[in-house]
Design a protein around this ligand. Structure first.
Ligand SMILES: Cc1cc2nc3c(=O)[nH]c(=O)nc-3n(C[C@H](O)[C@H](O)[C@H](O)COP(=O)(O)O)c2cc1C
Length: 189
Protein backbone atom coordinates (compact mmCIF):
# COMPACT_ATOMS: atom_id res chain seq x y z
CA UNK A 1 0.00 0.00 0.00
CA UNK A 2 1.44 3.39 -0.90
CA UNK A 3 0.40 6.11 1.50
CA UNK A 4 0.49 9.81 0.61
CA UNK A 5 0.82 12.46 3.31
CA UNK A 6 -2.19 14.79 3.49
CA UNK A 7 -2.46 18.37 4.72
CA UNK A 8 -4.14 18.19 8.15
CA UNK A 9 -7.15 20.31 7.10
CA UNK A 10 -7.60 18.29 3.89
CA UNK A 11 -7.63 15.08 5.91
CA UNK A 12 -10.91 16.10 7.59
CA UNK A 13 -12.61 14.68 4.51
CA UNK A 14 -11.44 11.25 5.54
CA UNK A 15 -14.16 11.51 8.19
CA UNK A 16 -16.89 13.09 6.00
CA UNK A 17 -18.99 9.97 5.40
CA UNK A 18 -18.74 9.12 9.11
CA UNK A 19 -16.88 5.85 8.82
CA UNK A 20 -16.15 3.64 11.80
CA UNK A 21 -12.53 4.16 12.85
CA UNK A 22 -9.97 2.23 14.86
CA UNK A 23 -8.71 4.53 17.60
CA UNK A 24 -5.19 3.69 18.72
CA UNK A 25 -3.59 4.85 21.92
CA UNK A 26 -0.45 4.19 23.89
CA UNK A 27 0.92 4.95 27.33
CA UNK A 28 4.24 3.68 28.69
CA UNK A 29 4.71 1.17 25.85
CA UNK A 30 1.15 -0.18 26.26
CA UNK A 31 -0.57 0.09 22.83
CA UNK A 32 -4.30 -0.42 22.44
CA UNK A 33 -6.96 -0.16 19.75
CA UNK A 34 -10.68 0.54 20.13
CA UNK A 35 -13.47 0.80 17.57
CA UNK A 36 -15.19 4.20 17.54
CA UNK A 37 -18.23 5.50 15.69
CA UNK A 38 -19.12 8.66 17.65
CA UNK A 39 -16.78 11.08 15.95
CA UNK A 40 -16.97 14.25 13.90
CA UNK A 41 -14.88 16.95 12.18
CA UNK A 42 -15.06 20.17 14.23
CA UNK A 43 -13.13 22.83 12.31
CA UNK A 44 -10.61 23.52 9.54
CA UNK A 45 -8.38 26.11 11.19
CA UNK A 46 -6.99 24.61 13.28
CA UNK A 47 -8.07 21.20 11.95
CA UNK A 48 -10.03 19.66 14.83
CA UNK A 49 -12.09 16.56 15.37
CA UNK A 50 -14.20 15.38 18.30
CA UNK A 51 -14.65 11.88 19.54
CA UNK A 52 -16.86 10.61 22.36
CA UNK A 53 -15.05 8.17 24.65
CA UNK A 54 -16.64 6.48 27.66
CA UNK A 55 -14.55 6.80 30.85
CA UNK A 56 -14.84 3.03 31.39
CA UNK A 57 -12.68 2.23 28.34
CA UNK A 58 -8.97 1.49 28.65
CA UNK A 59 -8.69 3.84 25.69
CA UNK A 60 -10.04 6.69 27.83
CA UNK A 61 -7.28 6.13 30.39
CA UNK A 62 -4.52 5.89 27.77
CA UNK A 63 -5.70 8.92 25.78
CA UNK A 64 -6.11 10.96 28.98
CA UNK A 65 -2.59 10.10 30.15
CA UNK A 66 -0.79 10.44 26.83
CA UNK A 67 -2.92 13.31 25.46
CA UNK A 68 -2.73 11.89 21.96
CA UNK A 69 -4.47 9.30 19.79
CA UNK A 70 -4.42 7.87 16.31
CA UNK A 71 -7.30 7.04 13.97
CA UNK A 72 -6.80 4.28 11.41
CA UNK A 73 -9.61 3.95 8.88
CA UNK A 74 -10.60 0.36 8.07
CA UNK A 75 -12.26 -1.11 4.97
CA UNK A 76 -15.03 -3.71 4.87
CA UNK A 77 -12.59 -6.64 4.59
CA UNK A 78 -11.58 -5.84 8.20
CA UNK A 79 -15.14 -5.91 9.56
CA UNK A 80 -14.53 -8.85 11.89
CA UNK A 81 -11.49 -7.18 13.47
CA UNK A 82 -13.46 -3.91 13.66
CA UNK A 83 -16.19 -5.61 15.65
CA UNK A 84 -13.71 -7.46 17.87
CA UNK A 85 -11.97 -4.18 18.75
CA UNK A 86 -15.38 -2.83 19.75
CA UNK A 87 -16.40 -5.67 22.05
CA UNK A 88 -13.08 -6.70 23.60
CA UNK A 89 -11.11 -4.58 26.05
CA UNK A 90 -7.38 -4.07 26.11
CA UNK A 91 -7.75 -4.49 29.87
CA UNK A 92 -8.28 -8.19 29.21
CA UNK A 93 -6.13 -9.03 26.18
CA UNK A 94 -3.85 -7.65 23.49
CA UNK A 95 -6.26 -6.77 20.66
CA UNK A 96 -3.48 -6.68 18.07
CA UNK A 97 -2.70 -10.33 18.88
CA UNK A 98 -6.40 -11.25 19.04
CA UNK A 99 -7.35 -9.68 15.70
CA UNK A 100 -4.18 -10.01 13.63
CA UNK A 101 -4.11 -6.24 13.05
CA UNK A 102 -0.53 -5.01 12.71
CA UNK A 103 0.66 -1.94 14.63
CA UNK A 104 3.18 0.14 12.67
CA UNK A 105 5.21 3.18 13.63
CA UNK A 106 3.34 6.46 13.84
CA UNK A 107 4.61 9.59 12.09
CA UNK A 108 4.35 12.18 14.87
CA UNK A 109 2.66 10.76 17.97
CA UNK A 110 3.34 7.75 20.17
CA UNK A 111 0.23 5.68 19.32
CA UNK A 112 0.63 3.20 16.42
CA UNK A 113 -0.95 3.31 12.98
CA UNK A 114 -2.54 0.10 11.67
CA UNK A 115 -0.89 -1.44 8.61
CA UNK A 116 -4.07 -2.96 7.15
CA UNK A 117 -5.96 0.38 7.16
CA UNK A 118 -6.10 2.66 4.11
CA UNK A 119 -5.76 6.00 5.91
CA UNK A 120 -4.51 7.35 9.21
CA UNK A 121 -4.88 10.53 11.24
CA UNK A 122 -2.70 11.46 14.21
CA UNK A 123 -4.02 13.85 16.85
CA UNK A 124 -2.92 15.67 19.96
CA UNK A 125 -5.65 16.18 22.57
CA UNK A 126 -6.43 19.85 23.19
CA UNK A 127 -9.61 19.51 25.31
CA UNK A 128 -11.67 16.94 27.17
CA UNK A 129 -15.20 17.87 28.19
CA UNK A 130 -17.53 15.84 30.43
CA UNK A 131 -21.13 16.50 29.41
CA UNK A 132 -22.78 13.08 29.59
CA UNK A 133 -21.74 9.49 30.20
CA UNK A 134 -19.12 9.79 27.43
CA UNK A 135 -16.39 12.45 27.46
CA UNK A 136 -16.01 14.65 24.40
CA UNK A 137 -12.34 14.55 23.43
CA UNK A 138 -11.15 17.23 21.02
CA UNK A 139 -8.10 16.35 18.96
CA UNK A 140 -6.02 18.58 16.73
CA UNK A 141 -4.84 16.79 13.59
CA UNK A 142 -1.04 16.82 13.45
CA UNK A 143 -0.52 14.65 10.40
CA UNK A 144 -2.44 12.26 8.17
CA UNK A 145 -1.90 9.95 5.24
CA UNK A 146 -4.06 7.93 2.86
CA UNK A 147 -3.79 5.37 0.08
CA UNK A 148 -4.21 7.11 -3.31
CA UNK A 149 -6.20 4.14 -4.59
CA UNK A 150 -8.99 5.00 -2.14
CA UNK A 151 -8.66 8.71 -1.31
CA UNK A 152 -7.50 11.65 -3.43
CA UNK A 153 -9.07 14.87 -2.11
CA UNK A 154 -12.10 12.72 -1.11
CA UNK A 155 -13.03 9.06 -0.94
CA UNK A 156 -13.27 7.83 -4.53
CA UNK A 157 -15.66 5.32 -6.05
CA UNK A 158 -19.02 5.93 -7.69
CA UNK A 159 -20.60 2.57 -7.13
CA UNK A 160 -19.15 1.41 -3.88
CA UNK A 161 -17.14 2.86 -1.02
CA UNK A 162 -15.23 0.29 1.03
CA UNK A 163 -15.72 2.08 4.34
CA UNK A 164 -17.47 0.54 7.33
CA UNK A 165 -20.51 2.28 8.83
CA UNK A 166 -22.20 1.28 12.06
CA UNK A 167 -25.94 0.69 12.39
CA UNK A 168 -26.37 -0.89 15.83
CA UNK A 169 -24.80 -3.63 17.96
CA UNK A 170 -23.32 -6.17 15.48
CA UNK A 171 -24.98 -4.56 12.43
CA UNK A 172 -22.89 -2.65 9.91
CA UNK A 173 -23.46 -1.15 6.46
CA UNK A 174 -21.47 -0.13 3.42
CA UNK A 175 -22.22 2.62 0.90
CA UNK A 176 -23.12 1.19 -2.49
CA UNK A 177 -23.66 4.41 -4.43
CA UNK A 178 -22.42 7.99 -4.35
CA UNK A 179 -24.14 11.01 -5.94
CA UNK A 180 -22.78 14.34 -7.24
CA UNK A 181 -25.13 17.33 -7.22
CA UNK A 182 -24.97 19.83 -10.10
CA UNK A 183 -26.95 23.00 -9.30
CA UNK A 184 -26.32 24.42 -12.80
CA UNK A 185 -28.85 21.92 -14.18
CA UNK A 186 -31.59 23.84 -12.29
CA UNK A 187 -30.41 27.19 -13.73
CA UNK A 188 -30.66 25.86 -17.32
CA UNK A 189 -34.32 24.89 -16.93
C1 LIG B 1 -19.14 -0.22 16.03
C2 LIG B 1 -18.73 0.25 17.40
C3 LIG B 1 -18.56 1.61 17.64
C4 LIG B 1 -18.16 2.06 18.91
N1 LIG B 1 -18.00 3.41 19.11
C5 LIG B 1 -17.58 3.85 20.33
C6 LIG B 1 -17.38 5.24 20.55
O1 LIG B 1 -17.52 6.08 19.65
N2 LIG B 1 -16.97 5.63 21.80
C7 LIG B 1 -16.76 4.73 22.82
O2 LIG B 1 -16.39 5.14 23.94
N3 LIG B 1 -16.94 3.40 22.62
C8 LIG B 1 -17.33 2.94 21.41
N4 LIG B 1 -17.52 1.61 21.19
C9 LIG B 1 -17.23 0.67 22.29
C10 LIG B 1 -15.73 0.37 22.47
O3 LIG B 1 -15.10 0.14 21.23
C11 LIG B 1 -15.58 -0.87 23.38
O4 LIG B 1 -16.12 -0.60 24.65
C12 LIG B 1 -14.17 -1.37 23.49
O5 LIG B 1 -14.22 -2.68 24.04
C13 LIG B 1 -13.28 -0.49 24.36
O6 LIG B 1 -12.00 -1.04 24.36
P1 LIG B 1 -10.85 -0.63 25.40
O7 LIG B 1 -11.36 -0.93 26.79
O8 LIG B 1 -9.71 -1.52 25.00
O9 LIG B 1 -10.57 0.81 25.23
C14 LIG B 1 -17.93 1.13 19.95
C15 LIG B 1 -18.11 -0.24 19.70
C16 LIG B 1 -18.51 -0.68 18.45
C17 LIG B 1 -18.69 -2.15 18.20
Amino acid sequence: MSLRTLQPAASLRLLEPSPVVLLTSMFRSHPNVMTAAWMSPLGFDPPLITIAIHPGRLTHELVSKSEMFGLSIPTMDLIKAVHQCGVLSGNELDKFDATGLTPIDPLEIDAPRILECVAHIECGVIERISLADHDLVVGQILTADADDNYFTDRWIGETELPLVHHIAAEHYAGMTRTYAVDLREDEDE
